[in-house]
Design a protein around this ligand. Structure first.
Ligand code: ZN
Length: 276
């Protein structure tokens, strides 16, 4: 196991005190509560190793984080969770129809609120009734709970002319800049629509770049070590992203996707003029 772990501040940046390190971890918006627990444990262990010779920081962190679920080292799971990777959104999962997001195909029949029509419960036709009895058994007039002209509130599923039915077909779209996935869901009646959308995004998906990681990669932001080796140890099938294993090095997806599409169109126009 790894023995040399140090804070990057020791060489690259002005020296950071332990208190400053803790403050930085707490202020880092990327750090969730479990990652924070891991970073603080490793930070504590590195600090300890500076004062005591022959102490392996990761061994100390391993011991300090204890065990979970009876006997599994919590450290092992937290490190595996910090392996940098792209985690697709929940909607992109292969849902059972009952749990999938509703169909986003266009509404098949436009929704029109129907005027109120009072309903009477007819007497069963095969039961002969005396006139008086028939009168007595006639149901009281229906109670009007709404005034005529009332329009029911809009159904959230049908907002913006969306179908909203239970989905069966999933189409994944990859962003051409970030490689991030958007899931589109369609019901059985919108199978043709789903096929059309799949065809529309096919080329874009094939050319999409490897997705920019959106989780993990925090240990390398705070400590110098052969983290690739560590991640591989705890997550055997993991492959390092081509954007690097340190979350600090990843391109900002917010910046990439915030670019107005107008600019892109403009560039296409200029390009075609130049080509002439
Ligand atoms: Zn539908």
């Amino acid at each position: 196991m790894l023995h040399s772990v140090s804070t990057p501040s020791q060489e690259d940046k002005p020296k950071r005190s332990f208190a400053e390190f803790v403050a930085a971890v707490y202020e880092d918006e990327r750090v969730g509560h479990e990652a924070r627990e891991l970073l603080l444990a490793v930070g504590y262990a590195v600090d300890l190793a500076k004062r005591e010779d022959g102490v392996s920081p990761l061994k100390v962190a391993h011991r300090k984080l204890g065990v979970e679920q009876g006997r599994k080292a919590r450290y092992d799971r937290l490190v595996a969770d910090d392996a940098p990777r792209y985690k697709p959104p929940r909607e992109a999962a292969d849902w059972h129809p009952s749990g999938a997001p509703s169909c986003e195909g266009p509404r098949l029949r436009p929704y029109r609120p129907r005027a109120y029509k009072p309903r009477y419960q007819p007497n069963p036709p095969d039961v002969p009734l005396l006139a008086d009895e028939a009168r007595a058994r006639r149901l009281p007039p229906p109670v009007l709970h709404v005034t005529p002209g009332y329009t029911p509130p809009r159904d959230w599923r049908t907002e913006d002319g969306v179908c909203g039915a239970q989905s069966h077909h999933r189409v994944l779209e990859k962003d051409p800049l970030t490689g991030w996935i958007t899931a589109h869901w369609f019901c059985k009646r919108h199978k043709d629509h789903a096929d059309r959308v799949a065809e529309q995004v096919r080329e874009q998906n094939e050319q999409a770049p490897e997705p920019i990681p959106n989780t993990g990669g925090l240990l390398p932001c705070y400590f110098k070590a052969d983290w690739e080796k560590v991640y591989r140890h705890f997550l055997p099938h993991w492959e390092p992203p081509r954007y690097g294993i340190c979350a600090d090095d990843w391109p900002s997806v917010d910046e990439m996707t915030a670019r107005p599409t107008r600019h892109t169109r403009l560039r296409v126009v200029i390009g075609s003029l130049e080509g002439e």
